[in-house]
Design a protein around this ligand. Sequence first.
Ligand code: NDP
Length: 495
Amino acid sequence: MSTATEHRTFDSLNPATGTVVGSHPIHDAAAVRAAVRDAGEAARWWARLGHAERRRRLLDFKAVLTRELHRVANLIHEETGKPVGDATLETVLAIVHLDWAARNARKVLGPRRVSPGLISVNMAATLEYLPLGVVGVIGPWNYPLFTPMGSIGYALAAGNAVVFKPSELTPGVGVLLAELFAESVPEHRVLQVVTGLGETGAALAADPGVGKIAFTGSTATAKRVMAACAANLTPIVAECGGKDALIVDAGADVAAAADAALWGAMSNAGQTCVGVERVYVVDAVYEAFMRELTTRAEGLRGGEHYGPITMPSQTEIIRRHVDDALARGGTAVVGGAGSVRPPYVDPVVLTGVPEDSSAVREETFGPTITVTRVATAEEALQKANAAAYGLGGTVFSGDPRRAMELARAMLTGMTAINSVISFAGVPALPFGGVGDSGFGRIHGADGLREFTRAKAITRQRFPLPGMKITSFSRTPAELQRLVKMVTILHGRRKS
Ligand code: NDP
């Protein structure tokens, strides 16, 4: 790192108190380039270690992280403002994912024989998934450990080195993560952290030494990152925002649905990419649901049950959405414009809000929720699917078959039934969205493969007599034999 950059620093602040939590260097493009260069070397060493040794190291890292759980959770609490309990839950989830990635990498990615098919019967066909080299991870501040771990843990388990650029609001969590990793992998800098502002992330995305960018953040920034990646044809996985809907069907347990809607909308002060922002309730259970929801919501308070708005500028967006909803004929049945009292926002429950208002269409990222009465679950589905985003969603229904149908028909990457955000706690399930919510997947087998290149190898075991197809010495009779075989195998039409 150059001497010039060593002296430029920025502070991370506790959003609840404004006090400085830590001071970190602003890594410029030269520092990022140096980190990526080191990572390239580390990646070659890490890849050579092989699955078994990487698994051992990553499980050791998991143990270190688990033993330091309280320290990590406390730092998350300080940098984001979220309650220590929620930060603890976040850390636990990150540990569970790291464990799954470490244990399953070999099974998912390791070499396997595949059937060569009849016309290649003399070939041995092998498929394996090899690391890309250096993966650049750009993370958000709302879940500064859990969210990047969905890329970092899986990319490392797949055999890559990682250069992680945490959000400027939560750099300390990233730095601590790399420190703890180095306890288990001291030989090379397999996981490095570069800190700084948006430009540091931009330098990482533009670095030709990066094999893939895993970006989590807003849709607008994802577009800028993708444009930077285009210069080097660097692939990207984009985990962006959402406007998730919860559908309450007739026959649903309305008390459980209200409880889930409230937690999904208000926990982490609504700053959850898969948080509930819209609720569609069928007529038959609407009144009962609203009674359950409002009673529960009235007992909640920002600063007591959940933390502050981490990014100060977000309070203006929340205020704008609430004001717009009320100006367009909506009703605040809990809270209202006065609920926004920076750095806290108390729960706001809005009803009768037009579907084309900003509170229904744009990501609010605050402890607010719109509830809309609909005639049928089909209408709920149609409205839920009208969003430009498609990340997660929730269905509450008393009929498991009906619930599955609705879940499948939701235009999102994930849906939880009779529970909320539960898919995030199942490491075997892929996580990611469609539309403005991005593309590509973290978590699960798909998340491991996301950080690899498929490698296909065919080995001829013996020459096929009379079938020299890929040779200039091929005879018309050989071609005829091939056509005959294909006709027998594939030419029969099924009536
Ligand atoms: P941002 O898009 O503002 O930032 C995301 C990351 O990108 C930060 O590290 C940021 O750095 C960095 N960055 C900013 N500008 C650039 C650039 N030009 N080039 C490269 N990197 C850049 O998102 P937030 O941090 O505000 O996170 C909130 C968003 O993330 C919400 O939309 C939320 O829905 C989404 N999210 C999605 C998740 C998912 O899995 N789908 C999970 C969690 C959040 P800096 O902070 O220093 O500016």
